[in-house]
Design a protein around this ligand. Structure first.
Ligand code: SF4
Length: 408
């Protein structure tokens, strides 16, 4: 497809089978869904409930929790019950490795309470037990009417499959390089497991696939291939993306390329939280990625210049922060009272060079005075100069104008 065909927007979404996870649709014509995962000890009910609630309030539409031992499995129904009592109906997904078949067998209430099971085909079990234990997990999904994500990860690749593909590759007339063999092993692990689940009776509309790697180019290559070879809904994520800006940039680079090509039905940004940073940061990044690409709208977006020697102070940076934080904080209320507010565009600019122009492009924008300019900050509303703010209270008055704009 020539680039010019979709140079001004993403390619049409790749058609996928729609999967329902609790009340949330993933795939098909549903918007790309934001999800995240807790890092609390699941057995600690209070901490896990709090973090799930925080992630949900930040905008996570699905939340995954690890279920790794009998204590955490026993805690799951209490977690889901407490969330429901708080009015939080977010689907809670159980992340299983190694012993999922035992935990689900021993804790039927856990199996019932979870909205989806995540199964890692590389960690289901080893040798002869692998097939039996995978079948047991699928039988629980059938018994309790749950969807599953078959989530392969190259950090826990099915080693017997990798070895088999290495052998097959050695007899090719033109052998692939080792990277391609590993990519194929990852994809085959997901696709073969999904085919087995279907054979066991699980409808394809209850299966989501993922094949996570930690390299940007590898992830793009894997998902392009995966998307061509099946119509299962796909969960995107760069696994172990890293800490801080590196994790944000790497995840955004990989996921943006794929989503621009119409690939991906749900995303997670797997950030290593910086010390003291809230877990919710990964949800904000996921939302901003989708919104800046024009795929979804969650909260009014603030355009702001970087500032330069023409700005007289850091005041305009502070104003940009205050305005972005204000609209983000107001959005849960506006979502109910003023639906559509999430599409609002705002501009906070540092001087007259680009300030008035950028402010006119926004629904509401302000151009602060730069060095040598008159101490006046014109505000533009719907492209027209509306009022000029001066003095100490510019931030407060501009925020009030934003609220007034939304109100009207
Ligand atoms: Fe500098 Fe003005 Fe451009 Fe902002 S708008 S970066 S203050 S020249």
């Amino acid at each position: 497809q020539p680039l010019s065909d979709w140079a001004f927007g993403p390619a049409p979404r790749r058609p996928t089978r729609q999967v329902r996870i609790g009340g949330v649709a993933v795939g098909g014509d549903a918007p790309v869904v934001v999800q995240s995962m807790t890092n609390t000890d699941t057995a600690d009910v209070a901490s896990t409930v709090k973090q799930v609630a925080d992630l949900w309030r930040a905008g996570s539409e699905l939340v995954r929790i690890t279920v790794n031992n009998p204590e955490s499995a026993a805690a799951v129904p209490r977690i889901v019950e407490k969330l429901a009592m708080m009015g939080i109906e977010v689907p809670v997904i159980g992340d299983f490795h190694y012993n999922g078949h035992q935990l689900l067998a021993n804790e039927p209430a856990c199996a019932r309470a979870l909205a989806k099971y995540r199964i890692n085909p590389g960690n289901v079990g080893f040798g002869k037990k692998r097939d039996t234990q995978f079948a047991q997990l699928i039988e629980f999904a059938l018994q309790y009417g749950k969807p599953v994500r078959i989530g392969a990860n190259w950090g826990s690749l099915d080693q017997s499959l990798a070895a088999q593909l290495m052998d097959e590759n050695a007899s090719r007339p033109e052998p692939w390089d080792a990277g391609r063999v590993l990519r194929e092993a990852l994809i085959r692990s997901a696709l073969d497991s999904a085919a087995r689940a279907v054979d066991l009776g699980l409808p394809a509309e209850r299966i989501i696939l993922s094949c996570k790697v930690s390299g940007v180019q590898e992830l793009i290559a894997v998902y392009r291939d995966l998307a061509q070879r099946s119509d299962f809904a796909l969960h995107l994520g760069l696994t172990e993306a890293g800490i801080g800006s590196k994790g944000i940039v790497a995840s955004s680079a990989a996921l943006a390329v794929l989503m621009q090509e119409g690939i991906g039905d749900t995303i997670r940004i797997s950030l290593t939280p910086e010390p003291g940073a809230p877990r919710t940061q990964e949800v904000v990044v996921a939302q901003e990625l989708l919104q800046t690409m024009g795929l979804r709208a969650f909260t009014p977006m603030v355009t702001a210049c970087p500032g330069c020697g023409r700005t007289t102070s850091e005041f305009f940076q502070e104003l940009a922060k205050v305005v972005q934080e204000h609209v983000r904080a107001k959005m849960p209320e506006w979502k109910v009272t003023h639906p559509g507010a999430e599409h609002l565009t705002l501009a906070v600019m540092g001087c007259v060079v680009n300030g008035p122009g950028e402010s006119r492009h926004a629904d509401i924008g302000i151009s602060l005075p730069g060095t040598g300019e008159a101490p006046a900050a014109p505000v533009f509303i719907d492209g027209q100069k509306s009022v000029t703010l001066r003095g100490e209270n510019i931030a407060h008055e501009f925020v009030a104008l934003v609220d007034d704009y939304v109100e009207r």
